[in-house]
Design a protein around this ligand. Sequence first.
Ligand code: FES
Ligand SMILES: [Fe+2]
Length: 369
Amino acid sequence: MQASIEEILSSYNESAPLAEASTIPASWYVDARIAELERLNVFSKTWQLVARTSQLQNAGDYVTTRLAGEPIVVIRGIDGVLRGFYNVCRHHAAAVVTQPCGQAQILQCPYHGWKYGLDGSLKGMPEFEGVQKFDRAENGLLPVRVETWECFVFVNLDPDAVSLHEFLGRLVQRVAPLHIGKLHYFDRRTYDIHCNWKVFVDNYLDGGYHVPHLHKGLSSVLDYKQYTIENEDRYCLQSSPMVASNEDAATGSTRKGDRAWYFWQYPNLMINCYEGYMDTNYVIPVDADHCTVIFDFYFDDVSEARRAYNAESVNVGNRVQDEDLGICEDVQRGLKSRAYAAGRLSVRREAGEQLFHRLLAADLKAQRS
Ligand code: FES
Ligand SMILES: [Fe+2]
């Protein structure tokens, strides 16, 4: 008989100390009911990265996306205010804005031509004379919350959520000295991976445990023994002193500085910094068995003269990602095996994973009691 969702949730003990803790159970990575609960309790209630501020600088600039299954548009108004809306026409539910990004003075639905202002207000409905008891003011696009931090734009579907800054907590101060706002966007890579989104996050949060084994090139520039793991309320910072290396020329020349900084913000955002470099990894669940990960690459200098260097740096990131991708898909197969139920955690390395599992368990178990 299939285990109930309550049984599955209660099979994880979030109060165990790290030395006695196990991972969340394998069933959490493969069960469609858990994936749906995550959509409702995690992705519909947390601040989610949707755009870069540089994409939304001028009046009329917009970006569309999907968040927890919801079509969303974020747009800068004539008044300069950044707003977010469900990208769902109030007439018959078509997507009002159909391009991924662009510029608009008015939002016109492609289906029957209803028009909305950049502030979401309904401006016009063709051939609607004679319709009774219809209040135009009540039929604007429905708003969602939008807030910004550094060069990032976030949306939260939960009207009762804490502010973005409260959600990020001490991450704000921790990231500030790195001046990531001075970096410029360069390129994007998107990966469709045959694994649960949490497998990708776990892999990120294992405190460098897999680096010497899986990433020989990256390993050559990190002082692995000095790797530190710092857990806060909703973020984990993994950091390592860097060493000069000729072992892998491409990695050595593109991953530099005193320290490597790897920030993870619950539930699905990673920010990785080296000197003059940042990449963000944003993990999107597709279903229990699949996720998409978007890598955005930023550099301090994106002039034409630096193009080849920056492209080489992206390639180094791409190679590391390919190494991770294979192992994540392998883990997903293992999680489905009858031979596996849950695993133990390294005290030295895997505190970040425990933080992730505890935060997730708290969200999934909330509102069920
Ligand atoms: S669905 Fe948008 S105008 Fe009809
Ligand atoms: Fe990795």
